[in-house]
Design a protein around this ligand. Sequence first.
Ligand SMILES: CC(C)(COP(=O)(O)OP(=O)(O)OC[C@H]1O[C@@H](n2cnc3c(N)ncnc32)[C@H](O[C@H]2O[C@H](COP(=O)(O)OP(=O)(O)OP(=O)(O)O)[C@@H](O)[C@H]2O)[C@@H]1O)[C@@H](O)C(=O)NCCC(=O)NCCS
Ligand SMILES: Nc1ncnc2[nH]cnc12
Length: 284
Amino acid sequence: MSIVKSSTPFIESSIAKKRSNQALDALLAEVHLTPKPGLVDADDGGAHDDMNLELMQRSARSLGPTFTQIAIAAINQVPSQDLREEIAAIGREGEQTMFQATGGINTHKGAIWALGLLTAASVFFTPFDKKSHDICHLAAKLASYQDKRYTSNRFTHGDKVKKQFKVGGAYEEAVYGFPHVISIGLPILRTARQRGYSEERSQLHALLAIMAVLNDTCILYRGGKASLETVQKVAKKMIAKNKVNRDEIQSLNTKMIKLGVSPGGSADLLAATIFLDRIENERG
Ligand SMILES: CC(C)(COP(=O)(O)OP(=O)(O)OC[C@H]1O[C@@H](n2cnc3c(N)ncnc32)[C@H](O[C@H]2O[C@H](COP(=O)(O)OP(=O)(O)OP(=O)(O)O)[C@@H](O)[C@H]2O)[C@@H]1O)[C@@H](O)C(=O)NCCC(=O)NCCS
Ligand SMILES: Nc1ncnc2[nH]cnc12
């Protein structure tokens, strides 16, 4: 069955397809960025002994139809309770697709959430040409409606650490308009580019800058507060020098493997940064 509704006009369906391709490309760009500390990349599986590059690519590609369905559902809509529930249902189905593609491994749950909302917001109706902060604002509005019909009562890893350490997680990041993307990821990516760094090096700067401050519930769940503080301290030091070298990344990677922690939330927010940056750049 075609994912694109037969009633969707051609121009709308091509915009929806374009945005969902951009979401998928952003996921793949994050996965391919090498080296990255603690995360799966072309060199190794980071702190994950159950993941590798091929698995991450398969997971990302399995999500293409999910992003297309989200974009088709959201095109020319405005945030509403009904749409929130429709997008949530598609997102949950996407999680099942991901688990099928990975044999039950959680590779991209946070990315489905963040990029799902941002993809929807990128195709909403507005009378103005949307900038990144407008897209994040609209995504936040959509996230702020309750997921009433489909919500599960499962107590997740995020729920556990949010309660234990009194921090926000992926939900709060979205509801507050993706502050780590708007105030950290995007400006650091662009500053690094202006300084003449390569695209990959600039993305690495953005990732480290996010890692330096984010309460990443993946790190907290596996390593507690001490591990999060260690990772943040090292990432902060690297970013403060404005120059990141490969040896330092490798040493942080080794440290994170020893601690058994991975910055999965920061990786998702890097993918969100790349997605929004590319949309804004395409307007010239
Ligand atoms: C509202 C939801 C986010 C609900 O999420 P839930 O409570 O079910 O899950 P959380 O545990 O809170 O995790 C969400 C994922 O978000 C990423 N993340 C973590 N911290 C942050 C942060 N501060 N800001 C933003 N994002 C964050 C992270 O995802 C990445 O890590 C995952 C891999 O981690 P790993 O440690 O390997 O795996 P675990 O499963 O934890 O197990 P162990 O290996 O440790 O045993 C990977 O998924 C990365 O993507 C968190 O995991 C939302 O999900 C929701 O309600 N969804 C329903 C559908 C919906 O409404 N969708 C709408 C839009 S499509
Ligand atoms: N590259 C990566 N490695 C591990 N977990 C991730 N979650 C999102 N991207 C990831």
